[in-house]
Design a protein. Structure first.
Length: 236
């Protein structure tokens, strides 16, 4: 069973208040592909990402991770394959220490504590935060919290990485470090971002969302050109 691709087929999603956030989204990201998800504020990027691990389920349409359709029943299985870094790191960090936050996923996978320790140390080192492992996340800066959130997903060694604005609040060196780190991840990546330079550096392909619909799906350079023309039209 391959977990490494993600397929959206005619996905519509309406929030409980009636907001139609996705209006028929279809695309496939295959194994090893890195796809940037671009679009203006409110275009549906986070809503799309939240469907990839069953946190939101389509109102109509289907999401598949490998050959598994994402449903309430399969969500916990799918979450072992899909590592998601949320737009707001505070949604992910709730343990007494940074170490425990990063260990949470591996411990949930019932890994032996030596392996948990190995993974936590490696993940914290990868984001350059070994020295804060005994602190609580709320004692860190916004950028450091985001890095811990990223480490807490890396420690699970996911088959697919889904990242929502991972470079927000990062300083130049932490951002650079993150780009290098993601570049070493050889499986599928979906990256929602307003950081167009990062999208260009990491993702050969981009999808442009506009009011819940895909309006471009092409090389990142071409999609960014289309994005600029959408922004210009909005300003006029
Ligand atoms: N919990 C919610 N309840 C109702 N509507 C919501 C909710 N969350 C988001 N929306 C709406 O759904 C649409 C898509 O929002 P979404 O958060 O997916 O956008 P986004 O592209 O991630 O934006 P941003 O770039 O600001 O992060 C917007 O119209 C937004 O107002
Ligand atoms: Mg968002």
């Amino acid at each position: 069973m391959s977990h490494h691709f993600i397929r959206f087929t005619g996905v519509h999603y309406s929030y409980p208040d009636g907001t139609e956030a996705l209006k028929g989204v279809s695309f496939t990201a295959t194994h090893g592909e890195r796809v940037a998800i671009l679009g203006l504020n409110g275009s549906g990027k986070s809503t799309l990402l939240l469907q990839t691990n069953g946190l939101l389920l389509p109102t109509t349409g289907e999401v598949n991770v490998g050959d598994v359709p994402v449903t309430k029943k399969t969500a916990s299985l799918v979450r072992q394959a899909v590592g998601m870094v949320f737009q707001d790191p505070d949604d992910m960090l709730f343990m007494p220490t940074v170490y425990d936050d990063v260990a949470f996923g591996p411990r949930n996978m019932n890994l032996p504590e030596v392996e948990v320790e190995r993974r936590v140390t490696a993940a914290l080192k990868a984001v350059g935060l070994e020295e804060v492992s005994k602190k609580a996340a709320f004692q860190l800066s916004g950028g450091q919290r985001r890095s811990v959130a990223i480490a807490s997903v890396l420690s699970m060694k996911p088959d697919i990485l889904v990242l929502d604005e991972p470079s927000a609040n990062l300083d130049l060196s932490a951002r650079d470090n993150l780009i290098k780190l993601l570049d070493t991840f050889h499986h599928t990546i979906l990256l929602a971002t307003h950081d167009l330079e990062m999208a260009k550096q990491l993702c050969p392909r981009a999808i442009l969302l506009n009011q819940g619909r895909i309006i471009a799906d092409d090389s990142t350079e071409k999609v960014i050109e289309t994005f600029f023309s959408v922004c210009l039209r909005k300003e006029q």
